[in-house]
Design a protein around this ligand. Structure first.
Ligand SMILES: *Cc1c(COP(=O)(O)O)cnc(C)c1O
Length: 401
């Protein structure tokens, strides 16, 4: 007998759970795109996006997913023949580098492996050795969704400054924005990319690029930038259609407006704290289960873990069996292991990920963890006792009585 009837729950690291408020805001006929409320509403998104990013710099919106934001960022500041330094801590920064490479940019990669964060001292040495200023930009991912590592971006900036190198700092916050604490200006980030379908709780389809004055200058010194990705007309559009280089993504904007209202209502410090507390509950359960079985969190140091996603190893084929069980027997979809394949386990069937980003609360997390524990029991996968108790304890200790 399956127990999956009821509301299906998506516990993957994006798209995340879309709030009913957001979906209902989108459920409207297309508004007038020439004048009226839509125009004012679109203007109102920009300051709120900057609030979420922690910047007084610039923000532009693209009709795209995260990959589009990657290409947009690269297209505005890097030309064929330029060199970037990619700081790889998982699949995503490598992917961003591949996108730059496809545009003719030379990519130098420093690989920190799949279970660790960026070693900023190594970056500092590497930049210091670049006396000719070959490296035009450094690319990093705040939270790499494949490994669930969280890099210390402010320490990276300090290391770059200490090296005396003038490269731009470009950061991917697609998984972390609106989940993990991020402060673009305080941390000296020149370009930050994000997308709407993770911490920003809006169905996939729009993406964002935030940039500093220094990045704006770099753009203005470019010989050419493709018309669609060019951020200049989008920053201060004379005509409404220039915001999006064409028709506005009307329903997505309505959804995003509502999501930003929810973020304003809750406020960022509370959102960060909520994710931290819920992540603590996930880790407490995983760590208890791991005491008596093969389950292992991919990132061992809690300080280096994302508060939005947790990547786990459990041995093939049990990762896949567990995902199947929770989906078909309990109605909870877990994330696949991404880029975790090995010669013994080419399809990464021994891995899975738990998404805990965006519109999540205590009961959603406890329901997910309870379903996982039921799956471990049903499938006869050895695991330590007390996972759910440990999670409940982690939640209770953070919440006032
Ligand atoms: C999800 C994600 C991406 C890719 O976003 P798409 O919308 O799938 O293109 C890139 N980087 C990170 C860190 C992500 O989490």
């Amino acid at each position: 007998m399956s127990l999956s009837q009821g509301r299906q729950y998506l516990a993957i690291p994006g798209p995340s759970v879309m709030p009913d408020r957001v979906l209902q805001a989108m459920h409207q006929p297309c508004p007038n795109i020439y004048e009226g409320g839509l125009i004012e509403m679109t203007h109102s998104l920009i300051p709120d996006l900057k609030y979420v990013a922690g910047t007084v710099g610039h923000a532009v919106i693209y009709i795209a997913n995260g990959h589009g934001a990657w290409e947009a960022a690269v297209s505005n500041v890097l030309a064929a023949g330029d060199t970037v330094l990619v700081l790889a801590t998982g699949r995503f920064c490598v992917g961003w580098g591949e996108m730059a490479s496809s545009l003719g940019v030379n990519v130098e990669t420093m690989d920190f492996g799949g279970q660790d964060a960026i070693d900023v001292n190594r970056v500092q040495d590497h930049l210091r050795a670049d006396t000719s200023g070959r490296i035009k930009a450094v690319m990093a991912v705040h939270v790499d969704t494949s490994t669930s590592v969280r890099n210390n971006i402010s320490a990276l900036r300090e290391a770059m400054d200490a090296s005396g190198h003038g490269a731009l700092l470009m950061v991917d916050c697609i998984a972390s924005l609106g989940c993990d604490e991020f402060r673009m200006d305080d941390w000296g980030v020149d370009i930050m990319v994000s997308a709407c379908q993770k911490g920003l709780m809006t169905p996939p389809g729009i993406a964002f690029v935030f940039f500093s004055e220094k990045a704006a200058e770099t753009r203005n010194n470019m010989e050419r930038v493709s018309a669609y990705w060019d951020w200049n007309p989008r920053v201060e559009p004379e005509l409404y259609y220039q915001y999006f280089c064409g028709t506005a993504p009307t329903q997505h904007l309505l959804g995003l407006r509502e999501a930003l209202d929810m973020i304003r209502e809750e406020k960022l410090p509370h959102i960060w704290q909520r994710h931290e507390t819920l992540a603590n509950a996930v880790w407490a359960a995983c760590s208890a289960w791991g005491q008596g079985g093969p389950l292992l969190m991919n990132i061992s140091d809690p300080a280096l873990r994302s508060r939005a996603v947790t990547a786990l190893a459990i041995g093939a084929p049990d990762g896949k069996r567990l995902r199947r069980w929770t989906e078909y027997q309990a109605g909870v979809t877990l994330g696949i292991g991404l880029n975790m394949g090995t010669p013994e386990d080419p399809k990464a069937d021994g891995f899975f990920r738990i998404g805990h980003m965006g519109h999540v609360n205590a009961q959603m997390i406890m329901g997910t963890l309870g379903s996982i524990q039921a799956g471990l029991i049903a499938l006869g996968i050895p695991h330590g006792a007390g996972g759910l108790d440990a999670a409940a304890q982690a939640l209770a200790s953070q919440v006032p009585s």
